[in-house]
Design a protein around this ligand. Structure first.
Ligand code: AN7
Length: 355
């Protein structure tokens, strides 16, 4: 029986037999080979999607939050706090509930997807909306947690990175080796940092024969690392990565440079097209920020060749149901029909004719 990432990768994590593990059986997410997109974009390599949206709260954050809450509980902490564009708050609220701890989340007013907000609320977190962006919220949370007996559970907390590195272990275990390219959305840059740590640790334990190129993608309106300076007013429809001054900026740059990879950006249109293509041609529903890792592959393939025999992994960081508002905005409307067979057949006939 799968018991979550701490039990699965205990020997690589900072836990002892006495550590009170707080888990929702996160991890063990599928690595789905894409069958239709490679042909549509003339990509010769094998292309896989790591569907992190299938974690218990619907995003990759569960891997890191399980570790952070476990260590907070071990240290006797009673309260945890984070700033969030949404998914971190959902995960923090859920794992704190599980651990019997209090949780406070600071979110940017109006810029968080509905699914994520509903999770933080129902799991019983104290939800505070500020008139500011994620970067403002994180600054406040850092100040408050430094002064009061509250554990910070943003990815500045090193246990978050420890937990999230298990994503890399799973990919290597699933593929039998590391991929050649690892495409990933970049917001606060904790996840790219964690994956690189995971790949390099597994490699040094001879679990893989190679290391992937780390290919990070920011949204064009929120691309501080690409631009080389913080963005004061970040903007994108991919609200999860609407971040102007990533906390793990230097680590992301190190991952890029040590792996011979790239940090680039994709536009909101490219993100939207990627989300639609993945949903419409592969049957996989991810949230907009996650689609940056698909849009990244499509963009890279326009100027570069992927060779047959190479393997690409795109990290689908969050489930599409996190942001139903956006999905409905970009999809075709339901058709209203009379309650008769004739009316239905009239609308159905083009489909019947083309089949
Ligand atoms: C779906 O929840 O920062 O580069 O506060 O939710 O590790 O920040 C979310 C980030 C990618 C970027 N995809 O990861 C938060 C938050 C999704 C996300 C990212 C996020 P990082």
């Amino acid at each position: 029986m799968w018991k979550g990432v701490i039990e699965a990768y205990r020997m690589f994590l900072p836990v002892t037999d006495a550590t009170p593990v707080v888990s929702l059986c996160e991890g063990n997410t599928p690595l789905i080979q894409l069958h239709n997109l490679p042909g549509l974009f003339n990509i010769a390599a094998e292309w896989y999607a790591k569907y992190e949206g299938l974690n218990p709260t619907g995003s990759f954050k569960d891997r890191g939050m399980c570790m952070a809450i476990t260590k907070a509980k071990e240290a006797g902490s009673k309260i945890v706090m984070c700033a969030s564009t949404g998914n971190t708050s959902a995960a923090a609220a859920a794992y704190a509930a599980r651990a019997g701890m209090a949780c406070c989340v600071l979110i940017p007013e109006g810029k968080i997807a509905l699914g994520k907000l509903s999770q933080a609320m129902l799991h019983g977190a104290l939800v505070l909306q500020i008139q500011g962006n994620f970067d403002d919220a994180l600054t406040l949370v850092r100040e408050i947690t430094a002064e009061y007996p509250i554990t910070l559970v943003n990815s500045l907390n090193p246990y978050r990175i420890e937990g999230q590195k298990t994503g890399a272990f799973e990919i290597v275990d699933q593929l039998g080796d590391a991929p050649d390219f690892h495409f990933i959305p970049v917001g606060n840059a904790g996840n790219i940092t964690a994956y690189w740590k995971g790949y390099t640790e597994y490699f040094s334990h001879q679990k893989s024969t190679k290391l992937p190129k780390m290919m990070g993608y920011q949204a064009a309106g929120s691309a501080p690392i690409v631009m080389g300076h913080p963005i004061e007013h970040p903007d994108t429809i991919a609200t999860a990565i609407r971040i102007g001054n990533p906390a793990s900026w230097q680590q992301a740059v190190a991952a890029r440079d040590e792996s011979g990879g790239l940090i680039d950006m994709v536009t909101d249109d490219e993100i939207t097209q990627a989300q639609q293509m993945l949903a419409g041609h592969e049957g996989i529903f991810c949230e907009p920020a996650s689609a940056a890792s698909i849009a990244g592959v499509i963009k890279y393939a326009q100027a570069n060749r992927f060779e047959s025999g190479q393997r690409i992994v795109s990290i689908l960081t969050g489930h599409g149901l996190k942001d139903p508002t956006r999905a409905i905005e970009i999809a075709s409307r339901p058709v209203v029909v009379d309650r008769t067979k004739a009316a239905i057949l009239k609308v159905l006939s083009p489909m019947l004719e083309s089949a």
